[in-house]
Structure formats: structure tokens, C-alpha cells
Ligand binder design. Structure first.
Ligand SMILES: [Ca+2]
Length: 153
């Protein structure tokens, strides 16, 4: 008898877990869609900057054109901070891609730029740096076409 009850409790728990996973997935999907709708478009100056960056770093031209989507899954401006310059440079580096060491460097440059972006830079810099270190080369970034080396997707 107790085994049946335990089994029932276990079953209900698993059912809730499954719903939790589905809801979490929907929240992430909604967040991604919301971010994609608000994403800015790459203007001529951004494309020129990307090309200059590529030439300066002596990197090959990826087959896909550069696309700037703002700070991926994060606002470009908030609480007196403007992250757009840091995010643009970071996006260009991600568009071009390269080795793991190149990614570590690109993420470090991003962190340093964020840390001087405003009074709370010391909070945002480690937060966003950790996010790009962990998710920058995963399916989540790929879902946004913002993964490491996305010009080569
Ligand atoms: Ca981005």
C-alpha cells in the first residue's frame, strides 16, 4: 500500500517537473522572440566597422554578412548605462569567430568595456561576461544567430 502511495507521489512530482520544464522552455522562447523583435538592424557604419575590425585583425571573410542584433538577450541601455559600443565590438568578434583563445580574448575585451560603461559597470561586467563565457557558444546563442563564429553558420 505504502509503495503505491509513494509511487503516486513520485508520479505527481514527475508530472509537475515536466510542466515546469515546459513552462521554463516557453518563458525562454518568449524571451528570445521578444528580444529578436526588438533587435536593431546593422546600419552602414556598423558594417564598415565590422569590415575594418576584420582587416585590422587579419581574419578571413565569413560567408554570412555581419548582422548586429544589439546586446543579445540583454537590453542595450539601462540604468544610465549604454552597452551598445561594447556589444557591437563583441558581436563583430563573434561574427568572425576563431579559436577558443580568441573567444576568451573577445569576452575579456567585452567585460572590460562593460566595466567602464557606467556607475554599475562593476556589477554588469562580471554578470554579462559570465553569460557569454557560458552561453556564447551554445544552442541558446545559436538560436539567436549570435553564437561564436556566427558568420560561418
Ligand atoms: Ca549581439
Amino acid at each position: 500500500m505504502s509503495q503505491v502511495i509513494l509511487h503516486g507521489v513520485h508520479f505527481r512530482y514527475m508530472n509537475k517537473m515536466r510542466w515546469g520544464v515546459v513552462c521554463f522552455g516557453l518563458v525562454i522562447l518568449g524571451f528570445v522572440l521578444f528580444d529578436r523583435v526588438l533587435a536593431p538592424e546593422a546600419d552602414y557604419d556598423m558594417l564598415a566597422y565590422a569590415e575594418t575590425y576584420r582587416i585590422e585583425h587579419d581574419l578571413p571573410m565569413p560567408p554570412q554578412m555581419f548582422v548586429y542584433d544589439g546586446c543579445t538577450l540583454f537590453p542595450e541601455r539601462m540604468m544610465g548605462h549604454d552597452f551598445s559600443t561594447a556589444c557591437l565590438r563583441h558581436d563583430v568578434a563573434y561574427w568572425l569567430g576563431g579559436s577558443d583563445a580568441d573567444k576568451v580574448r573577445a569576452d575579456a575585451v567585452f567585460r572590460d568595456a562593460l566595466s567602464t560603461s557606467g556607475p554599475l559597470g562593476f556589477v554588469f561586467a562580471p554578470l554579462m561576461h559570465t553569460a557569454v563565457r557560458i552561453f556564447g557558444d551554445t544552442w541558446i546563442a545559436k538560436l539567436c544567430n549570435a553564437n561564436w563564429g556566427f558568420g560561418w553558420n
